[in-house]
Design a protein around this ligand. Structure first.
Ligand code: ZN
Ligand code: ZN
Length: 109
């Protein structure tokens, strides 16, 4: 079941070309490009990249707000959340983030 080169009559040998099998002639530059196409069916797989989009502003909207004066811009509202510091015997630290300029600071009280 050998295939012959239509140009020079040599027996075509399978060769890899761009990750697909192509029947090519060892004597001349002839390549039977159609031979390998049926196998792949022209499938081109686009790799979907998983890009995690984190909308920080959206995340902030879920935080509770409190009345606190921003030391940077003087805005009277701030988001707040509690965080445990390194030492577990220490009380939780309250963090505040200005709703206007997003400046973050710690509430030591
Ligand atoms: Zn040939
Ligand atoms: Zn501010």
């Amino acid at each position: 079941m050998g295939m012959f080169c239509p140009k020079c009559g040599s027996i075509l040998i399978p060769k890899k070309d761009n990750n697909r099998k192509v029947m090519s002639c060892p004597s001349c530059s002839y390549k039977d490009t159609k031979a390998g196409e049926s196998k792949l069916g022209g499938k081109v797989r686009d790799r979907q990249r998983d890009i995690e989009v984190v909308d920080r502003r959206d995340e902030l909207e879920t935080l509770p707000k409190t009345d606190a004066e921003c030391p940077k811009c003087g805005n009277g509202k701030a988001y707040f959340w509690m965080l445990q510091t390194r030492a577990s015997d220490e009380p939780e630290t309250k963090f505040l983030k200005c709703t206007k300029c997003l400046h973050t600071w710690r509430d030591y009280n």
